[in-house]
Design a protein around this ligand. Structure first.
Ligand code: DI6
Ligand code: FE
Length: 397
């Protein structure tokens, strides 16, 4: 299939814009991409001048969970801080209670609805974390649901084990025992069932210390799993530096990351994942060090962080807009952040750009230029999606 008459944003060295472009797809892969004038032959599909980008990648979500935390949204707006709600047994723990009692079918249904809203904006790959179980059975249940979503919906699901999300009530006076449960029981059991693609932790004053996080990383490495980290979201504990030492795929949030931390992740090739939805909902003041990330050539990804507490954001396009308005990213950086650099944050080398040999995961937009994607808020110009070389949404031409 040869797609022609399109504006191509290949996302190679920035937009990699080809105004009158064409893409040849063979066996689910991109066989060729370039100017229409140079296009090889093939069964031609006229895209009527539409914009074509790689399929979008949401590289950080907590999509699977039980319950809802609208009550905490109301509390925060009467002045109760996020960390205080967490300390009082709300926050992550209230979602843990709801997730433990939810059946796999309930979780599948609620997460499926959320997933559909993301797919309607051209998402073809999504990362989903556990972390609302905090016991062996529920962590595995969440990861099974995540894997199941990848079979039910036309999307690739990358799973991340986040047993070290917070300390469950049962272990509030024995943190060391919970860390042992995570490292010695939950993670190996999840791994044995093939449910884990990467391991994450929440390194923060209200969650895991740097030393506790390191134990989780050691357990991950012993099982041959890559790591990533929720780091320096609410304070600067030095989690990103630890993550860099373990060759982390990404460090996420990083509002409080300092120059030293930026140098460390630059040296380790770790992707910086910015989560403007959480910054927006928590009405944070501290901005991530975007200028330092740029000057150190650190790849910047952005993601929804979709979760019921700090980021009930169900739109990657809106997240791109927030990254521009709140963090000062350019629309070009925002699009790289949900394509090429989001692939990097997941350790995926086969997608995120439109180039020969990569997967033919493409989003086709009723837009004239790539800057049109980050510019509006609440407007979805998606026309069609091709995944693995097959049209799975919309119609062409
Ligand atoms: N950081 C986050 O943004 C989410 N988890 C985390 O460690 C928030 C999770 C929640 O509030 O439910
Ligand atoms: Fe998160």
């Amino acid at each position: 299939m040869l797609l022609t008459n399109l504006t191509l944003a290949a996302m190679v060295n920035g937009y990699g814009l080809i105004p009158d472009g064409a893409v040849l797809i063979e066996d689910g892969r991109i066989a060729w991409a370039g100017s229409r004038a140079d296009a090889p032959g093939g069964e031609t599909v006229d895209c009527r001048g539409r914009l074509v980008t790689p399929g979008l990648i949401d590289c950080h979500t907590h999509l699977v969970y039980g319950g809802n935390r609208a009550n905490e949204f109301e509390m925060r707006l009467t002045g109760v801080p996020y960390a205080e709600i967490a300390k009082a047994g709300g926050g992550i723990m209230s979602t843990v209670r709801a997730t433990r009692t939810a059946s796999e079918a309930d979780l599948l249904a609620s997460a499926g609805r959320r997933l559909e809203t993301l797919l309607a904006e051209g998402v073809t790959t999504i990362e989903i974390k556990s972390g609302y179980g905090l016991d062996v059975d529920t962590e595995l249940k969440m990861l099974r649901v995540a894997r199941h979503l990848g079979k039910m919906y036309p999307v690739d699901v990358i799973t991340t084990f986040l047993g070290a999300h917070t300390f469950p009530a049962e272990y509030k006076d024995d943190h060391a025992a919970y860390v042992r449960l995570v490292c010695e029981r939950a993670l190996p059991a999840a791994r044995a069932e093939g449910l884990v693609d990467a391991v994450d932790a929440f390194c923060e004053g209200i969650a895991f210390s740097v030393a506790e996080t390191e134990l989780v990383f050691k357990a991950a490495k012993a099982l041959g799993l890559p790591v990533k980290l929720h780091a320096e979201q609410l304070s600067n504990l030095g989690g990103a530096k630890l993550a860099a030492r373990y060759g982390a795929l990404s460090v996420d949030h990083i509002e409080y990351l300092d120059e030293d931390g930026v140098s460390a992740i630059a040296a380790s090739g770790t992707v910086a994942v910015l989560l403007p939805g959480a910054f927006y909902y928590l009405r944070e003041k501290q901005h991530p060090p975007v200028a330092a990330l740029r000057s150190n050539n650190v790849p910047i990804a952005i993601a929804t962080d979709l979760n019921p507490g700090s980021s009930p954001v169900h739109s990657l396009l809106s997240t791109m807009n927030m990254a521009c308005v709140l963090f000062g990213l350019t629309p070009e950086e925002a699009l790289l952040g949900v394509t090429a650099d989001a692939a990097g944050a997941l350790g995926l080398k086969d997608r995120g750009v439109i180039a020969p040999g990569r997967r033919a995961d493409l989003a086709i937009w009723d837009a004239e230029r790539p800057g049109d994607l980050a510019y509006p808020l609440g407007f979805n110009p998606l026309a069609a999606v091709i995944r693995n070389g097959e049209l799975i949404r919309g119609s062409l031409p």
